[in-house]
Ligand binder design. Structure first.
Ligand code: PA5
Length: 440
């Protein structure tokens, strides 16, 4: 069975193998805690065995619901923020056509910002079109998606009537709690449940990620099967990539490398990096600890961030996502005049040039003192993205435990919300409103 691979050879000149190996025992114990549920945050471990535990009936229901939305809608708006949006966006972008021809409804996103112009332009874009909505919020109370949903629900009801609108809306939320659950029950929407024990940033393999991905036309069963391969291989000890990744990045952190840059050479992976940044940033950045997760899209960003990475402060390391096989072939043509001097590349595939950019950059960055890890993905398919998702999730849990934080809470995210509600004079925040106004 072919799997994604990790290679740490270009780290070893900067961190000795012994220091990485020294963390192996802690990593193995951390993996056991994830499996046994004996570590911090153990009420949020539902994702650990999710791929192998997902019932076939649930996948069938997701596929059938997606098929109905695909048949009835010109566009489907997925409303959600953070873990309720990034996983779906990452997979859809990675598998999709860069120019949006996916033989199905246009898949749009909202509720991931509070941009007034964004929402205005989205409403204009949807005016007069038959659209559907997938509204996703675990808590059911998050402000950004709630505002977007109120606006788009009203627009849809005006365009098709309340009864038909209800058939074009799917809500994904907690089984019992939250305003979205109440609303969905009252309006009679089709719903899916986000399991209690799966946190937002670990929820891409629940209906949260799977329904939008299926609506976009991708094979969610293959995605889950890929994740299940990685789950089984990791938990049975046949594949120790996640342990190796967790140990290596922690050894680097201890050696003063405080920033990890996830690097890709394929623009379709931009949102995989955004998803990864949330996963690691929200899981590890606490108690004044944690590697800062950053990302670049190369070769684009070699022309903007390349100087800093090559020659700036030596507190960084890179993890490169390297896609071996492309889906399409583009060969550089010969030009009789050769005025651009490119004939030395004639007959080569564009990907051959890209791979040399990747190799040349890796060698330069290692020479410049930037340790490089490499994760090789055979090709961008549902199966390998499923493997990658599970690999990063389980490595994140292990890594957080090595760091001695609770990887499954996010207390820091509440602080801005409290201030925002106080400033907006939300009922129940009267004392906070008074306190914050006295500071202004
Ligand atoms: O990972 C997390 O918990 C967060 O990013 C949440 O997913 C995000 O804040 C959205 O929350 P909710 O799904 O409750 O609207």
């Amino acid at each position: 069975m072919e799997m994604i691979q990790i290679n740490i050879k270009d780290v070893l000149s900067m961190v000795p193998q012994a220091e990485i190996d020294g963390l192996n025992g802690c990593a193995a114990a951390s993996l056991s805690k994830l499996v046994d549920g004996t570590g911090l945050g153990n009420d949020f471990l539902g994702w650990v065995k999710l791929p192998t535990d997902t019932p076939a009936e649930l996948l069938d229901d997701i596929v059938a619901t997606a098929a109905a939305l695909r048949e009835n809608c010109e566009a489907v708006v997925c409303i959600g923020i953070g873990g309720s949006y990034l996983g779906a966006k990452a997979v859809i972008e990675a598998l999709g056509n860069a120019f949006g021809h996916n033989n199905g409804p246009e898949v749009l996103f909202a509720g991931q910002n509070i941009g007034e112009d964004y929402l205005y332009e989205l409403q204009q874009h949807l005016a007069g079109r038959r659209f559907g909505i997938i509204v996703i919020s675990k808590s059911g109370t998050t402000t950004e998606p709630a505002i977007a949903f109120r606006l788009l629900k009203e627009q849809l009801e005006q365009q098709v009537g309340r009864a038909d609108a209800a058939k074009l809306i799917v809500a994904i939320t907690d089984a019992k709690r939250g305003a979205l659950r109440t609303l969905a029950t009252t309006e009679g929407y089709k719903t899916f449940v986000i399991p209690d024990n799966v946190g937002g940033r670990f929820s891409v393999l629940t209906p949260v990620g799977l329904l939008p991905i299926a609506v976009a036309g991708y094979d969610v069963k293959a995605l889950v099967a890929g994740a299940a391969e990685m789950e089984a291989a990791t938990l049975e000890g046949r594949d120790n990539s996640a342990i190796l990744y967790a140990c290596t990045r922690n050894a680097l952190y201890r050696a003063g490398k405080k920033i990890e840059i996830l690097v890709n050479y394929n623009p379709k992976l931009h949102f995989v990096s955004e998803w990864w940044k949330q996963l690691y940033g929200e899981s590890e950045g606490k108690d004044h600890k944690g590697i800062f997760p950053a990302s670049v899209d190369n070769s684009t960003d070699l022309h903007s961030m390349g100087q800093w990475i090559q020659d700036g402060e030596r507190t960084i390391f890179e993890t490169v996502l390297s896609v071996e096989e492309q889906q399409h072939t583009v060969v550089i043509p010969t030009d009789a005049d050769n005025l651009d001097g490119l004939n030395y590349l004639a007959g080569k595939r564009v990907d051959q040039v890209n791979k040399m950019a990747e190799l040349g950059t890796r060698l330069a960055h290692v020479d410049g003192g930037v340790p490089n890890l490499r994760i090789t993905i055979p090709t961008l398919s549902e199966k390998y993205l499923g493997q990658l998702i599970y690999f990063f999730e389980v490595a994140c849990g292990i890594s957080g435990y090595i760091l001695d934080v609770n990887p499954f809470n996010q207390p820091g995210v509440e602080d801005y919300k409290r201030n925002m509600f106080a400033l907006l004079e939300k009922p129940g925040y009267e004392k906070e409103t008074e306190a914050i106004k006295s500071r202004l």
